[in-house]
Write a protein that binds this ligand. Structure first.
Ligand code: FES
Length: 156
């Protein structure tokens, strides 16, 4: 973790440590700032909250949302929950992974994309749903996916 990241972690810890149930806001704050939760952030979080490192690590790894590695330059999240599955998100997922050269975990070899599953984006009535760089898109078929990707500037 470089100095800038370390300072960001310190700022988030200082601004959230007094909150009730501070661990989750702290983890969200760090991921919002850095795009992931560096392993080096676990000890100061544990110390600030009087938790064990194992407890903090356990929460980071339990939730799909939290990343332990830096994401790619673009992040694609495809909803794989029931409503979206019923409307074709499995095909969308396969297409996205194939097109971007992702196995659905971590960053593509060229560092351009992270493809991740999510489990409901609150757009069930407009399935299938996805996000691209934190922007939510509804009724995404394969053609729309390719168009969004091209517009992102990161098209494979
Ligand atoms: S199930 Fe996909 S948005 Fe709710």
């Amino acid at each position: 973790m470089n100095e800038v990241a370390s300072q960001a972690v310190e700022r988030v810890i200082a601004s959230t440590r007094q909150m009730p149930g501070a661990l989750m806001p702290m983890l969200h704050g760090i991921q919002d700032a850095l795009g992931y939760i560096p392993s080096e952030a676990v000890p100061p979080i544990a110390e600030a909250l009087n938790l064990s490192r194992a407890e903090v690590h356990g929460v980071v790894t339990y939730y799909h949302y939290f990343r332990s590695e830096p994401p790619g330059r673009h992040v694609v999240q495809i909803c794989r929950a029931e409503s979206c599955k019923a409307m074709g998100s499995d095909a969308l997922w396969s297409h996205a992974c194939s097109k971007l050269g992702s196995d659905g975990h971590g960053v593509t070899k060229d560092g351009a994309f992270t493809v991740e599953p999510v489990y409901c984006l609150g757009l069930c009535a407009q399935s299938p749903a996805m996000t691209l760089d934190d922007k939510v898109h509804a009724r995404v078929g394969i053609e729309k996916f390719d168009r969004l990707l091209a517009q992102s500037g990161g098209a494979a």
